[in-house]
Design a protein around this ligand. Structure first.
Ligand code: SF4
Length: 447
C-alpha cells in the first residue's frame, strides 16, 4: 500500500532549507546524505539569490536554513548568510550542523553576529565513546559539546537532533541528560530511515517496541524539565502521552533533485481508518519489509471524517521553536489574485496553500467545495486557461453546487487573467538538475 504521502509531501512551505555543500569531516555510519557526499553540488550563490529575490517579492518563507554535508566547512558560508540577512525577508536564519567547528568561540560568535539565530546541532551519542564510534571521528563528541556550550553562552536558539538507530537507542535518556544543562529550546529525535541499505544489512533499524521504550523515557525527562521535543519517523500512536510532540513534516528543500530518488516511501496499514493519517507517515517501507506492518502494536484513532486522498499534503504552518507551530501564512500577495470572487457566488475562500510548484485556492460554499490551482506557465501542458505566469486548473469538486462552482471557477480565472502581470515564480522542478546538480568527475549516482 503506497500512500499519497509517499516521500516528502508533508512539507512546511514556509521554511526553506538550502543545501550549501556535500562535504563533511565526520562520517556518521547511518548518514542519509552519505551517497550524495562528493557527488552532488550544493546550491550556488546565484540560485540562492533567485530564491531570496522571490521571497522579497512574495514572502513565501519565514525561515531559511542552511545545511550540507557540514555547512560550517563551506568557505562562502558568510556570503550565503549575508544574502539571506540583507534581504530582510526571513524571520529566522538557521544552521543545521554537527557543531564541531562551533567549539571555536570566535567562529560561533561570528555566525551569531552574521545573523544566524537558530542552531540545529546533531548529537547521536551521550559520551565520546558512543558518538565518536558513530561519527568515526575521535574527538567529535568533545568538539560538539564545546560548540553547544558556546551557543548556550551566546544565548541563541539551541536545538539538537538525534537519529535513533541500533547504536544509540538505549542511550536516548542519557543524551537528554547530556544536553539539558545547556538549556536547549528543543530536542528532536528522528527514526532512522535507510537511503541505500534498504535491506538493513548494517542493522541500524530497531523494532518500534524497543524504540518507544527508550524514547518515552527521554521525552519524560524533557517534559519534566519544561523543554520542547519533536519526534519524526516514529508512528504518532506509539508516543502515548507524548503524541503532541509528533511531527513528520519537513521544510521545503533546494537540493539536487536526484537526492530524493532513493528516499524511502512510508505507509500505514491503518491509513484509511486512522484520524491521524493525514499528518503521520506511519512506517518506512524498509522497516515494514524487515519487521512487518506492526498491526498489533499500532493504535489507530478512529476517523471522525471520511478519508479523502488529497492531491497535496496538508498545509503545514511554519516551525516556531519553543512555541510550537505558527499559524499558516495568509499570503496576501497571492490572495489578491482572486480577491472578491468567492463572495459574488455566496462562497468563501477558505484556504490559500502556496507550495513551490503551485498555489491552491480552496473555495467553499455550504457542503460544496472546489480547489482552483495555479501552476507555472507551460504552453505545452493542458490547462483551463493561461495567464502570463500561470496555467490555471481546477480539481477536487465536491458537493451538490457544481453549477455555481463552475461559474465561480470561470470568474476566478478571469480575475487572475486581469491581475497577473507576469513574473510570479512557481518552479516546476524542485531543485538542481542536470550538470548543475553534480560535481565534475562525479560517478553515476546510486549506481
Ligand atoms: S495508526 Fe498509522 S496513521 Fe495512525 S497514528 Fe498510528 S502509524 Fe500513524
Amino acid at each position: 500500500m503506497l500512500t499519497y504521502k509517499g516521500r516528502f509531501d508533508l512539507t512546511r512551505f514556509e521554511d526553506l532549507t538550502v543545501t550549501v555543500d556535500f562535504h563533511c569531516h565526520s562520517a556518521c555510519r547511518f548518514c542519509i546524505v552519505q551517497e550524495g557526499m562528493n557527488l552532488f553540488r550544493g546550491v550556488s550563490l546565484e540560485r540562492l539569490r533567485q530564491a531570496v529575490d522571490d521571497n522579497v517579492k512574495h514572502r513565501r518563507y519565514r525561515r531559511i536554513c542552511f545545511t550540507g554535508g557540514e555547512v560550517t566547512l563551506e568557505k562562502k558560508l558568510f556570503d550565503y548568510i549575508a544574502i539571506a540577512r540583507e534581504s530582510g525577508s526571513f524571520e529566522h536564519i538557521r544552521l543545521q550542523t554537527n557543531g564541531r567547528l562551533l567549539a571555536d568561540m570566535a567562529f560561533a560568535r561570528r555566525l551569531v553576529e552574521a545573523g544566524v539565530d537558530e542552531y540545529f546541532v546533531s548529537l547521536h551519542g551521550h559520551d565520546a565513546a558512543t558518538q565518536d564510534h558513530i561519527s568515526q571521528r575521535p574527538g567529535s563528541f568533545d568538539e560538539a559539546i564545546r560548540g553547544i556550550a558556546n551557543l548556550a553562552e551566546l544565548g541563541v536558539c539551541l536545538m539538537t537532533n538525534t537519529v535513533i538507530h541500533s547504536l544509540n537507542v538505549d542511550h536516548l535518556p542519557k543524551i537528554v541528560q547530556t544536553v539539558l544543562p545547556f538549556r536547549p529550546v528543543r530536542m528532536e529525535f528522528w527514526g532512522y530511515i535507510p537511503m541505500e541499505d534498504y535491506a538493513d544489512t548494517l542493522g541500524f533499524l530497531v523494532p518500534m517496541r524497543q524504540v518507544v521504550l527508550r524514547l518515552r523515557e527521554a521525552l519524560s525527562l524533557l517534559r519534566a524539565s519544561g523543554t520542547e521535543a519533536r519526534v519524526k519517523y516514529v508512528p504518532k500512536c506509539l508516543l502515548g502521552d507524548f503524541a503532541d510532540q509528533h511531527d513528520d513534516a519537513q521544510p521545503d528543500v533546494v537540493i539536487a533533485e536526484r537526492f530524493f530518488d532513493p528516499y524511502p516511501n512510508f505507509s500505514c496499514i491503518y491509513e484509511g481508518i486512522c484520524e491521524h493519517s493525514d499528518t503521520c507517515l506511519g512506517l518506512s517501507h524498509p522497516y515494514i519489509n524487515k519487521f512487518g506492518w506492526e498491526e498489533s502494536l499500532l493504535q489507530p484513532t478512529p476517523r471522525t471524517r471520511p478519508f479523502v486522498e488529497p492531491d497535496d499534503g496538508p498545509a503545514m504552518g511554519s516551525d516556531r521553536p519553543g512555541e510550537g507551530v505558527a499559524p499558516a501564512l495568509d499570503h496576501p500577495e497571492w490572495r489578491i489574485l482572486v480577491d472578491g470572487v468567492a463572495e459574488r457566488y455566496g462562497a468563501k475562500l477558505s484556504a490559500v496553500q502556496l507550495t513551490r510548484r503551485s498555489c491552491v485556492f480552496t473555495f467553499v460554499r455550504g457542503e460544496s467545495s472546489v480547489e482552483f490551482v495555479l501552476s507555472a506557465r507551460d504552453d505545452k501542458a493542458p490547462a483551463l486557461a493561461r495567464t502570463p505566469s500561470f496555467n490555471l486548473h481546477y480539481r477536487a469538486v465536491r458537493g451538490p453546487d457544481r453549477e455555481v462552482l463552475s461559474a465561480l471557477i470561470r470568474a476566478a480565472a478571469e480575475a487572475v487573467a486581469l491581475r497577473d502581470r507576469g513574473g510570479r515564480l512557481l518552479d516546476r522542478r524542485k531543485g538542481l538538475i542536470g550538470a548543475e546538480a553534480f560535481r565534475r568527475h562525479a560517478r553515476e549516482p546510486f549506481g
